[in-house]
Design a protein. Structure first.
Length: 404
């Protein structure tokens, strides 16, 4: 917890601070007539200046590989699906496109995809970044079997300079002019406050996809940046709301440092009780977890069990979530990009997405640095927020993720 007095979150305030309003009863055309229960209504909010009206629970498709989960999501009322150009080597977009085409519901669905800035660690933005970006987007359209996407994110932006990089702005503006993209956004995990501030200053972007969960409640700078973005009518979408996925129910229970049951709905409600978020994109991968997450779309009041879970100090310590602050990197004598190692751990062991873990390790850390890390015999990496960073790095080594 930060020492700044303004960052302190009291027990009562932590629960009450975001008793958010839900937007007016707005529906996508014809969207819910066949799924709405008489006694329940799906809560919806407007996504900033886009005017898109969405259920407050959407689907992050990144780790999903069962088409029926997407089809059933449409049936229960999900209307926004988030994917990316490089997820599952393009198969994620293909799956989304095929399911929506077979259902014949494209005009009722809001599709978001993401393309990263074409760059290398050594040279920065590629000289032909605009052409590469446009080529990748064309691949996305073909995979998604559509003529347009509703939201296109510049993916994984870490440096404010990329927010206004001319080749990327030119590519995005061209796609918007050609009406192949309706709205433009940025997704970010790192330096989120600075990225949001740059977005507000530029006036170019419509949407921001932001990592935020109850373990980040003391980050008052990020909170203010999101409030400012919302005030400027930038639509906000929440990701990482459940602090790392559903992995504890499977074969890594012992690594959570939590003995109690993890409460998914409590964490999702906490994020959505911030009224500036129009929707969240939990990354469920099966029908049971779909129903559990989407139950929140009918109401965000806490149960007593959910309150107790969120207020437990054991919960906050035990979930062991990396907030990508990079504070740990000064404790590594090798100067490793430790926050990327933590993300790779999350993808490999929490999401069970080993291909994605290897991809970001090679792209963002690089083979030489990974080899140096793998040969280090005494890890001194320490986290200011008590994350078990050295244990996670040891797990990556043991599973040969650093030998690439």
């Amino acid at each position: 917890m930060k020492s700044d007095k303004s960052a302190r979150i009291t027990r009562r305030h932590f629960i009450k601070q975001t008793a958010a309003g839900v937007g007016a009863a707005c529906l996508l055309p014809g969207a819910f007539s066949h799924v709405q229960e008489e006694e329940k209504k799906i809560l919806t909010r407007v996504l900033g200046r886009t005017g898109l009206c969405l259920p407050i629970v959407s689907m992050g498709v990144m780790n999903a590989d069962i088409p029926a989960v997407i089809a059933e999501s449409v049936k229960i009322g999900v209307r926004h699906f988030d994917t990316a150009w490089y997820y599952q080597g393009g198969n994620n977009e293909r799956m989304v496109g095929t399911v929506l085409q077979n259902l014949g519901v494209r005009n009722e669905i809001v599709i978001a995809t993401k393309i990263g800035p074409p760059a290398s660690r050594e040279r920065g933005l590629a000289p032909n970044a605009k052409e590469i970006f446009l080529s990748h987007f064309q691949q996305s359209l073909e995979r998604l079997q559509t003529d347009w996407v509703d939201i296109l994110y510049l993916h994984g932006v870490e440096h404010p300079a990329l927010v206004t990089a001319e080749p990327l702005l030119e590519a995005l503006a061209q796609l918007r002019k050609e009406k192949k993209v309706h709205f433009i956004g940025i997704s970010t995990h790192r330096n989120q406050t600075q990225i949001l501030q740059s977005m507000c200053q530029s006036g170019f972007y419509d949407v921001a996809l932001v990592a935020y969960n109850f373990l980040m409640a003391d980050d008052t700078e990020l909170l203010r940046a999101m409030e400012t973005a919302h005030a400027k009518n930038i639509g906000l979408v929440a990701m990482k709301t459940q602090a790392g996925g559903d992995w504890w129910r499977k074969d890594f229970q012992d690594t959570t440092h939590i003995e109690k049951t993890i409460n998914q709905t409590a964490m999702l409600k906490w994020a959505l009780r911030h009224e500036f978020f129009a929707t969240a994109i939990p990354g469920y991968t099966n029908l049971d977890h779909m129903r559990e997450d989407f139950s929140v779309a009918y109401g965000i009041d806490y149960t007593e069990t959910e309150r107790e879970f969120l207020l437990s100090a054991d919960t906050r310590v035990g979930l062991n979530y990396c907030r990508q602050c990079r504070g740990c990197e000064s404790t590594c004598p090798l100067g490793m990009d430790c926050s990327t190692l933590m993300r790779a751990y999350m993808y490999a062991f929490q999401y069970h997405n080993r291909d994605l873990a290897r991809t970001i390790l090679l792209d963002q850390v690089g083979k030489p640095a990974l080899e140096r890390c793998s040969q280090c015999r005494e890890c001194t990496v320490r986290c200011h927020y008590a994350l078990h960073a050295s244990e996670k790095i040891a797990a990556l080594k043991e599973a040969d993720f650093l030998m690439v």
